[in-house]
Design a protein around this ligand. Structure first.
Ligand SMILES: *Cc1c(COP(=O)(O)O)cnc(C)c1O
Ligand SMILES: [Zn+2]
Length: 419
């Protein structure tokens, strides 16, 4: 084997270590699939293999291949995911009163952040000689995995909740996947996908139970570190929405690795944002005991009742000195409109959730004026136009008559005539 930079898989609950060569999803010593494994690396090997310049030029996440848990002989399955822009957001910053930057991951090949993980998962599955890959998804992971499975020549069979937005159901069909729309919640679709993995041995890319899945998500942390280094300033806060919690955990791990290797001089605090109606990670982080597993939010990508990666997500919040908070659906929709109308960045509700969280955090004194904040737009707005229309209201309908325009904009009649 030639993955000599991966040392062990360590259980996040009992600390037992496993050989990464075996396909083990979760620690057999724990109940069900609760014993999520953490991939451990030999950073001396990584440092020796990583010879890219940290100059801000990032064509894809595979710039950081030395950090990714793939065999160096493997054929990489990629659509050039990652390398997304970190935009200054002057209009938005003025509106908020806090310097804000936007990392636009909606620009990934299938329109969302999850492409970082799918590329790694399909590369690994293909190299291991697997020909069927599966996952359960609130929508985006399904679309993403399907695209990469097509690219890699693998069969893809996915489980989604039946009420996922239409755009997210159409996308995997175009990529040629079998889409099994489960009459039930994401949590039920997830359990079913785990069952088929056990029974039929399909390669499972699910959030958290596949320990390698989250590893691709580290590259957003690597990129943020590199981009911050080039800007000459480490942000005070990096903000993500949380569903299963893999995204924020991966992002933190990546950033921290660059800090540990002395590529950057400081780390940001992580702010994790959930919807009021799907708050399990927030509840766990703040030791609330009235925890339920209801998932009721229009931000479908984070409508998760029983998050699979609460432990790693809470660790990211804690280690970074960060925190979590909740926002209402109304605030998410307002944030979607705000980001679009101030900076021309169209995001889906889960991608707007971080911005809604920043507004809350400023109000509550968690974020101070004078601090710098990165909001991560994790998915593209066209994925869910239904919600967008709820955020904006409808178009103005008029007759094809200039008088109607004149009436609406109150243009003097003579000026209209001159044009
Ligand atoms: C999946 C997803 C998230 C949440 O990521 P988790 O790893 O489940 O916490 C956020 N935004 C978008 C657009 C997503 O698709
Ligand atoms: Zn264990």
């Amino acid at each position: 084997m030639a993955i000599d930079h991966v040392t062990t898989l360590e259980c996040t609950i009992c600390g037992r270590e496993y050989d990464p060569d075996q396909v083990i999803y979760t620690c057999p010593e724990e109940d069900g699939v609760s014993g999520i494994l953490e991939v451990k690396y030999d950073y001396d090997v990584i440092h020796d293999n990583f010879d890219a310049d940290l100059d801000g030029t990032i064509d894809s996440q595979w710039k950081y291949e030395a950090f990714l848990p793939v065999d160096d002989e493997a054929d990489v399955v990629t659509l050039n995911e990652g390398g997304t822009d970190l935009f200054d957001a002057p209009n938005l910053s003025e509106e908020l009163g806090v310097e804000t930057l936007v990392k636009d991951d909606g620009r990934n090949p299938t329109g969302c952040f999850k492409d970082r993980a799918s590329s790694v998962a399909v590369t690994k599955a293909k190299h291991a000689g697997r020909d069927i890959i599966t996952c359960a998804s609130t929508g985006n992971a399904a679309a993403s995995l399907s695209g990469y499975a097509a690219r890699g020549g693998l069969d893809c069979r996915i489980f989604v909740p039946g009420d996922a937005p239409a755009g997210k159901l159409a996308q995997p069909l175009v990529y040629g996947a079998d889409v099994l729309a489960v009459e039930g919640s994401y949590d039920e679709a997830y359990d079913l996908s785990v069952e088929v993995t056990d029974e039929y041995g399909w390669y499972n890319r699910n959030a958290a139970i596949n320990p390698f899945q989250v590893e691709g998500k580290r590259t957003v942390g690597h990129e943020l570190a590199e981009q911050s280094r080039v800007r000459g300033e480490i942000p005070d806060w990096v903000v993500f929405s949380m569903g299963d919690g893999c995204t924020i955990a991966g992002a933190w791990k990546g950033f921290r690795e660059f800090y540990d290797l002395d590529y950057v001089e400081d780390t940001p605090r992580m702010l994790g944002v959930q919807a009021e109606g799907a708050s399990a990670i927030h509840d766990a982080f703040h030791d609330h005991d009235d925890v339920d597993d209801i998932a009721d939010t229009l931000a479908d990508s984070i409508a998760v009742g029983r998050p699979r990666n609460t432990i790693k997500a809470c660790r990211a919040l804690e280690e970074s000195g960060g925190t979590s908070l909740l926002v209402e659906d109304e605030e998410i929709l307002e944030a979607e409109k705000l980001l679009g109308s101030t900076e021309g960045i169209y995001t889906e509700p889960a991608g707007a959730t971080p911005l809604a969280g920043v507004r809350r955090a400023i109000e509550e004194g968690i974020i101070d004026t004078g601090e710098t904040v990165v909001v991560n737009s994790t998915g593209f707005g066209l994925k869910d136009t239904e919600s967008a229309k709820r955020a904006t209201g409808d178009v103005m309908r008029i007759d094809p008559d200039i008088a109607e325009v004149q009436q609406r904009y109150d243009v003097p009649e003579s000026a209209a005539a001159d044009d």
